[in-house]
Design a protein around this ligand. Structure first.
Ligand SMILES: [Zn+2]
Ligand SMILES: [Zn+2]
Length: 131
């Protein structure tokens, strides 16, 4: 049996930290308006886990949340304001790949792009699903 992959990461100030146990699901980018406003970036990069794969290990324990839709909340650090993820009512949680300690892992490469039409036309995005 192969050992499950472990992912660690956290916010800018270290108040919110996580350990996620693989497998990591559905790495993707999203340029919807919610993701843009939540992250401040034109395109956000996400990877999904089920909630029982993720432990919150920093001194702040679970991130602060803001209800962004009927089924999901946006998670952030209340101290430094870093974007952490999107936590659905269950079972899925998406973490922003930019907060991972080691994002340079091949299995985190985005496989699809959601809401690509919402990005400015001058914003070029590597989109593996179109190649
Ligand atoms: Zn923080
Ligand atoms: Zn989005």
């Amino acid at each position: 049996m192969t050992k499950p992959k472990i992912y660690e990461g956290g916010c800018l100030c270290g108040h919110i930290r996580f350990i996620a146990t693989g497998p990591a699901h559905k790495p993707h980018t999203c340029s919807c308006r919610l993701c843009q406003r939540h992250s401040g970036a034109l395109t956000q990069m996400w990877v999904e886990f089920s909630q029982d794969q993720v432990q919150w290990t920093g001194p702040g324990r679970t991130p602060s949340m803001w209800r962004s839709s009927e089924w999901s909340s946006r998670a952030f650090c209340s101290v430094c304001g870093s974007t952490i993820g999107a936590i659905d009512d269950k079972p899925t949680l998406a973490l922003a790949i930019g907060i991972f300690d080691s994002p340079n892992r091949h299995e985190l490469a985005p496989q699809s792009h959601s809401y690509i039409s919402k990005r400015p036309k001058w914003w070029g995005i590597h989109n593996p699903s179109k190649t």
